[in-house]
Ligand binder design. Structure first.
Ligand SMILES: [Zn+2]
Ligand SMILES: [Zn+2]
Length: 315
């Protein structure tokens, strides 16, 4: 299975501001030497050498992850503003699937605000199945699309074949070639993490979680959810200092994530749900620090990556 990040930012969409863009351009210009401009290949080489925080951005859209299973089934997790990017890309390419399964971790704005812009739901012939363990979630989803919050309703305008599937508070569901499980995690108002197992490969998606002793405990329930994981996409909104200051705000830090994923022997950790206040340079510094910490805290085999909008990964 593969997965693609369509939205990686936490809390609120965070477009690149003029000031932030100007700082990037200014830093690039300062690095240029006359020989970098001598030929097209010299210019290409110069750009290829630029650090990631300058040549690009991790992205400003809120949570949306697309998982493509080994049988080609498309499963989405959360409907943040990144869902609109997916929708636009599919309408332009005309090659996407005509069926989606969409699981919600919870219903904070940053995980729901892209849904009104999800074009496949409006088009007859498309199937969209929604899933959540939250009781009565169909009303939650339908009620956010009505006057005065949005000009059109789901009932009146979403002409695709939509259905809502309320999940038990814990359990298993089979979607295509995958077995998907979920569990409630520590987040204000509650949120769920999902474990997707497909063809022997395992992905855990936990975008909003304040990790606590409960998740670190070596018991059977944790082992069956966090054990034998190949890729883990995890809430890394803060630095450790800020996580302490913002105790009980519902998010984790990159260093705690390294301890957690390393402790559960995860192969690849993806830092996710980036803090809107952090500039790209700080996000990449956090990534560097997370890698440094993993290498020196007994977790050398843990690969640490940054979740970057538009990037595709194999589990
Ligand atoms: Zn969130
Ligand atoms: Zn949240």
């Amino acid at each position: 299975m593969t997965f693609k990040f369509w939205g990686v930012r936490g809390s609120i969409p965070t477009p690149l501001t003029n000031d932030r863009l100007k700082r990037k351009i200014s830093a690039i210009v300062q690095r240029m030497r006359p020989r970098d401009l001598e030929s097209p290949s010299a210019r290409e080489a110069f750009m290829a050498d630029l650090p990631d925080w300058l040549f690009g951005t991790p992205g400003g859209n809120t949570t949306c992850l697309e998982v493509i299973l080994s049988d080609g089934t498309h499963v989405l997790f959360d409907a943040g503003s990144g869902l609109r990017e997916l929708s636009t890309a599919r309408l332009q390419s005309d090659t996407g699937p005509n069926a989606y399964h969409l699981f919600f971790t919870h219903f904070h704005y940053d995980h729901l605000q892209g849904l009104p812009f999800f074009a496949p739901a409006y088009i007859p012939g498309y199937t969209v199945r929604f899933y959540s363990p939250v009781s009565g979630f169909e009303d939650i989803v339908r009620n956010q699309m009505r006057h005065p919050y949005f000009p059109v309703t789901m009932d009146g305008f979403m002409k695709g074949d939509l259905s809502f599937h309320e999940l038990p508070t814990s359990g298993v569901i089979h979607i295509g070639t995958a077995v998907i499980r979920w569990r409630r995690v520590n987040h204000p108002g509650g949120a769920y993490a999902y474990r997707i197992e497909d063809n022997g490969r395992v992905l855990v998606f936990a975008p909003d979680v304040e990790l606590s002793d409960r998740e670190f405990e070596r018991n059977e329930s944790n082992r069956s959810f966090f054990g034998s994981v190949h890729s883990m996409v995890l809430d890394a909104q803060y630095t450790l200092g800020e996580a302490i200051e913002k105790y009980d705000w519902g998010h984790s830090s990159y260093s705690l994530d390294v301890d957690f994923a390393g402790g559960w022997r995860v192969r690849k950790l993806y830092l996710f749900h980036h803090e809107p206040l952090y500039e790209d340079r700080k996000l990449y510094r956090n990534l560097q620090a997370a890698r440094w910490y993993a290498a020196r805290s007994g977790h050398e085999s843990l690969e640490v990556h940054m979740a970057v909008e538009g990037s595709v990964h194999r589990v």
